[in-house]
Ligand binder design. Structure first.
Ligand SMILES: [Mn+2]
Length: 312
């Protein structure tokens, strides 16, 4: 049986707390459970206070067969930041915006080059999506077409150096598919609709539910995981388009990414978001899978953020 655990973002103490509350014990080879395995939905990097320690806990579990882990968009960004193309140019430009985004990871990494290399290598070895007999796991959005394309073009299912170089060079279909899986679906706002987020920045697109059609809905209805409100009026027909919806009769999908705070949890009988936004004032969320095809509210576990206290 499995425990699917949401985005960690360097909150190592809270992660330990979660593992203990799920009945895992810590041994010589890291955390383990006699009957269960943990599954991490990605986003180990950035934000939190102990990124490398969080990575170390998860890596140890994966190395000893006690967990699976997939990558999130923050791993993609960090990997692209540190990977050069054939001409020696970084895939993700080292400008102020990109540097700020990975600041916390960068600061920890620069203290230990050996560890940085070890963790980057390990992140490049993790799968992008995970398909088990009974359910599927993806960081942001399970899209059959994108998965199909990746299966064909990247059968290794990893963010390897050659794959990253290829998609950042081409910026084509494969890049788009990877972004869709790791960042989710976004809706581009019409040019005459000016929207500002909580920071006062102009937004041209926002995150939407990838499991619901948009026809007849309002901009707010289809919004999911945005920190700003959208107009509550119906999206004009001419702006609506069909998205391939995840079927209601297929295996459950677990995902993270959306920073849902107390709203994290079961979206639908076969969809569950386990990102409780722990690094941003929320909690760490997990789902205890006990073999039920239909997801159960009782499966959800929430652990409040444990603040790192100073050792006196
Ligand atoms: Mn994410």
């Amino acid at each position: 049986m499995y425990d699917i655990i949401g985005d960690i973002h360097g909150e190592a103490l809270t992660l330990e707390h979660m593992l203990l509350s799920l009945g895992y014990a810590e041994g010589e080879e890291g955390f383990f459970h006699q009957e269960r395995k943990a599954i991490f939905v990605g986003d180990f990097m950035d934000r939190g206070p102990e990124i490398m320690r969080g990575l170390s806990i998860v890596k140890k579990m994966v190395d000893h067969g006690n967990a699976y882990a997939i990558v999130g968009n923050h791993e993609l960004n960090v990997l692209a930041y540190y990977t050069k193309d054939e001409d020696g140019i970084y895939l993700r430009e080292h400008n102020l915006k990109n540097r700020t985004q990975i600041k916390k990871s960068y600061e920890e990494f620069k203290t230990d080059n050996v560890k940085r290399k070890k963790y980057l290598k390990w992140l490049r070895s993790l799968p992008i999506y995970l398909e088990l007999d009974d359910f599927r796991v993806i960081h942001a959005c399970w899209d059959h077409d994108a998965i199909k394309l990746l299966k064909k073009e990247n059968p290794e299912n990893r963010l390897s150096k050659p794959f990253l170089r290829q998609i950042y060079f081409e910026r084509g279909k494969l890049f788009k598919a990877t972004m869709l899986l790791l960042k989710g679906r976004e809706f581009s706002l019409p040019g005459d609709l000016v929207l500002k987020d909580g920071y006062g920045f102009k937004r041209t697109a926002y995150r939407i539910k990838w499991w619901e059609p948009m026809n007849g809905k309002s901009f707010e209805d289809i919004s999911y995981g945005n920190r700003f409100h959208l107009p509550n009026y119906t999206i004009p027909d001419q702006l609506c388009y069909d998205i391939p919806l995840y079927p209601t009769d297929e295996k459950p999908v677990f995902f993270g990414h959306y920073c849902m705070n107390e709203k994290a949890g079961i979206v639908r009988d076969n969809l569950c978001c386990v990102d409780g936004c722990v690094a941003n004032g929320g909690s760490l969320v997990a789902y205890r899978w006990n073999g039920s095809v239909k997801l159960q509210q009782e499966g959800l576990i929430r652990v409040e953020r444990v603040k790192k206290s100073r050792v006196l």
